[in-house]
Design a protein around this ligand. Structure first.
Ligand SMILES: Cc1cc2nc3c(=O)[nH]c(=O)nc-3n(C[C@H](O)[C@H](O)[C@H](O)COP(=O)(O)OP(=O)(O)OC[C@H]3O[C@@H](n4cnc5c(N)ncnc54)[C@H](O)[C@@H]3O)c2cc1C
Length: 414
C-alpha cells in the first residue's frame, strides 16, 4: 500500500529540475510523458492491493470501498486537479484522466470517489476566497469529502432547468425544499454541491437563469431537514435519493452569484465527461485484455477459441473503437488544460469512449461463454458497471442532440 504522497514527491523532483512551471503544460510533451508514465505506474501499483475478490465482496454486500478510497486519497490522486496553492497536487486534466483510466484498466472502479476530483472545480472557479480557503485544502487532503453532486430530480430528469428544488432567501439563510435522485455517494460525503432554483421559472426570461449552486454541509443538514435514502442498483454504486424539508443553510454556502448556477454547473460537466470517458477507456482495455487472454487459453474443438474469426473480430473491432476514442479523450483533456471551449470534444469523447467500453464488454461476455456470467471471473460485474455510461452522467441520446444542434446547426428537437 502506498502511504507517502507520491505525486507531491514527483512534483518536487520536477521543481528541483527547474521546470518552468510545475503545472504540466500542454506543449511540454516530454515532461508530460514522463509524469504520465510515473502516474500510471503508481496507480497500477496501488490498485494491485485491490484485486477481484475485494470488489466482488463489496458488490455482494453493496459496500463502499473505504480502504481503496483512503489509499487513493493518501497517495494524493484525488487532489490531482486542485492547485498547489490550495493544498492539491496541481496536475492537469491529462494526468487526472490517466489516473482514472488506469484504475479501471486494473479492474478497479473509481465511481466511488471520482467526484472528489472534479466536483470541487465549481468552487475553485466560482467560489469566494473564503470558500476556497475553507474547503479546498481539506478536500485536497481528504479530511473533507465533496463527492455528492445534486442535480438530477425525479420529475425533470434530463431537463435540468425544469428542476423543482427551491431555495428561498430568509435573512442570512436560505430555506431549501425539494428532492433529488441518483445523488451518488451522499452517504459517504461530507459536502454536496447542490443545484436549486432561487427565482421561479415563470419569473425568468431564460430557463437557464434563476438557478443557484450551494455547497451544502451534509454533516449539519442530516436530521435537520435533509434525509438520504439509498437506492439499490444493478451494480454497486452507492447512489441515493435525497429529500429537503425546510432545510435551513447559511447564505454563505451560496457559490458565486445567485441565479447564475446553471452556467457554473455546465462548466464542471465538461470535466466530468472527459474524466468518465477516461474511465471507459480503462474499462475497454481491461475487457480486451481479459477477452484476449481467455480466447488464447480456452480450447474447444481441439484449438483455442481465439483462432476463430468469429471470436477475434468483435474483440479487434472494440479495440479499434477504443483506440479512436482514446485519441478523442486525450485531445479533449489537452484542450481543457489549454482553457479552450470544449463542449464538442468533451461530449464526443464521452460518447465514443462509452460505446467502445460497451462494445468491449459485450465481446468479453461472448468470448467467455458461460463463464462470462460467473462471478469469479469479474466479467459480469464489470459488464454491469460499464452499462451505466450509456446513460450517465449524460445519456447517449442527449449527446447526439447536443452535437446535432450546437455543432451541426440543426434545429433543437425538444
Ligand atoms: C447509477 C447512477 C448514478 C447517478 N449519479 C448521479 C449524481 O451523482 N448526480 C446527479 O445529479 N445525477 C446522477 N445520475 C443521473 C443521471 O445523470 C441521469 O440518470 C441521466 O442524466 C439520465 O436522466 P434520467 O434518468 O432522468 O432520464 P430521462 O431524462 O428520464 O430520460 C430517459 C431516456 O429518454 C431519453 N431522452 C430524454 N429526452 C430525450 C430527448 N429529447 N431526445 C432523445 N432522447 C431523450 C434519455 O436519453 C434516456 O435514455 C445518476 C444516474 C445513475 C443511474
Amino acid at each position: 500500500m502506498i502511504n507517502n504522497n507520491y505525486l507531491v514527491q514527483l512534483k518536487k523532483i520536477f521543481k528541483e529540475d527547474n521546470m518552468p512551471d510545475t503545472t504540466i503544460q500542454a506543449n511540454d510533451l516530454d515532461a508530460q510523458e514522463i509524469v504520465i508514465n510515473e502516474v500510471r505506474d503508481s496507480v497500477a501499483k496501488l490498485c494491485s492491493d485491490f484485486q477481484g475478490e475485494y470488489w466482488r465482496k463489496l458488490d455482494r454486500e453493496q459496500g463502499y470501498p473505504t480502504e481503496f478510497v483512503k489509499a487513493l486519497t493518501d497517495a494524493g490522486f484525488l487532489g490531482a486537479l486542485i492547485p498547489e496553492e490550495h493544498g492539491g497536487v496541481g496536475l492537469g486534466m491529462v494526468a487526472a484522466s490517466v489516473i482514472l483510466e488506469e484504475i479501471h484498466n486494473q479492474g478497479c472502479n473509481a465511481a466511488a470517489c471520482h467526484a472528489q476530483m472534479y466536483t470541487m472545480g465549481t468552487v475553485l472557479r466560482h467560489g469566494s476566497d473564503e470558500q476556497k480557503k475553507e474547503y479546498l485544502p481539506k478536500i485536497a487532503d481528504g479530511s473533507l469529502r465533496l463527492q455528492a453532486f445534486g442535480v438530477t430530480e425525479p420529475t425533470s430528469g434530463t431537463d435540468t432547468t425544469s428542476l423543482r428544488t427551491i431555495a428561498v432567501r430568509d435573512g442570512n439563510d436560505y430555506i431549501i425544499n425539494g428532492q433529488k435522485i441518483w445523488t451518488s455517494r451522499a452517504e459517504h460525503s461530507d459536502l454536496m454541491l447542490l443545484l436549486a432554483r432561487t427565482t421561479p421559472l415563470n419569473q425568468v426570461t431564460k430557463k437557464t437563469d434563476g438557478l443557484s449552486v450551494f455547497l451544502l454541509d451534509m454533516r449539519v443538514a442530516k436530521d435537520n431537514g435533509l434525509t438520504i435514502r439509498p437506492i439499490k442498483t444493478m451494480m454497486n454504486h452507492a447512489t441515493t435519493e435525497v429529500f429537503f424539508d425546510n432545510l435551513r443553510i447559511p447564505a454563505s454556502n451560496l457559490v458565486g452569484e445567485e441565479g447564475k448556477g446553471f452556467r457554473y454547473i455546465l462548466s464542471g460537466m465538461n470535466a466530468e465527461r472527459i474524466l468518465i470517458a477516461a474511465e471507459c477507456i480503462g474499462d475497454a482495455k481491461w475487457f480486451t485484455k481479459k477477452s484476449t487472454n481467455y480466447a488464447n487459453e480456452r480450447n474447444v474443438f481441439g484449438r483455442p477459441i481465439g483462432q476463430n474469426q468469429g471470436i477475434q473480430f468483435p474483440i479487434a473491432k472494440a479495440y479499434t473503437q477504443m483506440k479512436a476514442a482514446e485519441l478523442m479523450v486525450y485531445h479533449a483533456a489537452r484542450l481543457y488544460e489549454a482553457g479552450k471551449s470544449i463542449g464538442e470534444e468533451a461530449n464526443t469523447a464521452k460518447l465514443l469512449a462509452a460505446d467502445a467500453s460497451w462494445a468491449a464488454a459485450e465481446a468479453c461476455v461472448q468470448t467467455h461463454g458461460g463463464f462470462g456470467f460467473a462471478e469469479e471471473y469479474d466479467v459480469e460485474r464489470k459488464f454491469r458497471e460499464a452499462r451505466l455510461y450509456q446513460v450517465a452522467p449524460i445519456s447517449t441520446n442527449l449527446i447526439l442532440s447536443y452535437i446535432a444542434e450546437h455543432v451541426l446547426g440543426m434545429p433543437r428537437s425538444y
